[in-house]
Design a protein around this ligand. Structure first.
Ligand code: MN
Ligand code: MN
Length: 414
């Protein structure tokens, strides 16, 4: 009995240690200027068989990059015709060219050192030497330098949790770090219907945002089910908005994930009629502006694209077909002031997340929840950055920060 108990404890400890190891792995490398060895997680080893050492040139540290990147689990590729070095680590990649003071992290072009154009990649004794700080920061590696011991400490922590698969409804990332915990985050509660994923807000009685994928496999011939209903999967004790909860309010039951984006099966279409997928939406916003935008996005899918969409709402108060209102359904449902959508458009293909570059088309709109609205969705084009500022969400968070910077500042003009 006692032995069994001890064994159970040991197995539990091993399991927990294994799980922690799987969630986050961190590698630390130490190098010293003028020293041909490095330490990888405490184990001393030569940087390379040729005895290459980190050096300081033009006031900046250059290091033989291959040994370091490979120790972190990345790779280095060389294209001799253009003298280009491509460094890949996790979801980030960086192009540099020998003797050129510009580099290209994740498809953007940047000065390696804006204050010093003498900082360039060089080849010394057949080794490619790259400017350490620029490379490290472009790839998410933390760099510390101790001027006294001339020691460089590099730390790279990577999540070993697999990136979401193509077609995942949450491929772009979880915009508000929602978790399914009814007590700790009732107003940012992650829910997965199987056909879209959302952050539900108990106190607003509606989602903060809903995220889903639309590809050719999403579109079929299932007719609109119209089976509006309460969502019984909400945590126990939470108010469930009923199918008739918006009746007489002057607001439509506005879908986040549209019925027409889920026509592959009866179950898929029916899922969009859960009241947890609805917001009170001014009828002209829903039936004109929003419907036009949804139809436009589906036309892109029909033309050979696949789309990742996030839709949400924020603020309080709107004007439907009757008066201005802040809440409906006896105060259980907040009328949002603004309704937004962000769509990332990719031509059909694989490895979707890695195909999102600085030239990917991103369409973002933010509309007022009022009935006197322009039916043209293009009137409401905005940037992802503006929506992030208004909502506090981080959209496209699974995309590398340098690509987000470019994509999120842009306003679509097609
Ligand atoms: Mn941003
Ligand atoms: Mn973002």
């Amino acid at each position: 009995m006692r032995r069994t108990h001890l064994l159970a404890v040991l197995v539990t400890i091993l399991l927990v240690a294994g799980l922690l190891g799987a969630a986050l792995s961190s590698t630390t490398i130490k190098l010293w200027i003028g020293n041909a060895s490095m330490s990888v997680n405490g184990a001393q080893q030569p940087i390379d068989p040729e005895g290459t050492k980190p050096v300081i040139v033009a006031g900046r540290t250059l290091v033989p990059i291959r040994a370091i990147i490979e120790a972190f689990g990345g790779s280095v590729a060389w294209e001799s015709s253009t003298r280009k070095v491509t460094v890949t680590l996790g979801k980030d990649s960086l192009d540099l060219w020998i003797d050129k003071p510009q580099a290209s992290p994740n498809g953007t072009t940047l000065a390696i050192d804006a204050a010093n154009s003498a900082v360039v990649p060089v080849i010394t004794n057949g080794r490619t030497m790259l400017p350490l700080r620029f490379v490290a920061e472009s790839l998410g590696i933390d760099v510390q330098y101790d001027g006294v011991t001339r020691m460089i400490t590099l730390t790279y922590s990577k999540s070993t949790v697999a990136l979401p698969a193509d077609g995942s409804n949450l491929l772009l990332g979880n915009p508000s770090n929602a978790v399914h915990d009814s007590s700790s985050s009732p107003d940012n509660c992650l829910m997965d219907s199987g056909y879209y994923i959302e952050s539900y807000n108990r106190d607003r009685g509606e989602p903060n945002w809903v995220s889903w994928y639309v590809g050719s496999s999403s579109l079929g011939s299932t007719p609109r089910k119209d089976d509006f209903r309460a969502d019984s999967t909400l945590p126990a004790g939470w108010y469930q908005v009923q199918a008739n909860g918006y009746s007489g309010s002057g607001f439509d039951r506005g879908h986040n994930c549209p019925s027409a984006d889920r026509t592959s099966t009866v179950a898929a279409n029916s899922s969009t009629f859960l009241m947890t997928n609805m917001i009170p939406q001014a009828p002209n916003n829903n039936q004109q502006t929003w419907n036009n935008f949804e139809s436009y996005l589906r036309s892109l899918v029909t033309q050979g694209n696949e789309i990742y969409v996030v839709m949400g709402s924020y603020g309080t108060g709107g004007r439907g077909s009757s008066s201005y209102q802040t809440t409906i359904d006896s105060g259980h449902v907040t009328v949002p002031a603004h309704i937004w959508k962000v769509a990332v458009v990719l031509s059909n293909g694989g490895k979707d997340l890695s195909r999102i570059t600085t030239s990917t088309r991103v369409i973002a709109i933010d509309t007022p929840n009022i009935n006197s609205i322009d039916s043209k969705w293009q009137t409401y084009l905005t940037s992802v950055d503006a929506i992030e500022a208004a909502t506090g969400c981080d959209l496209l968070s699974n995309v590398s920060v340098s690509i987000q910077k470019v994509l999120e500042a842009r306003i679509d003009n097609n």
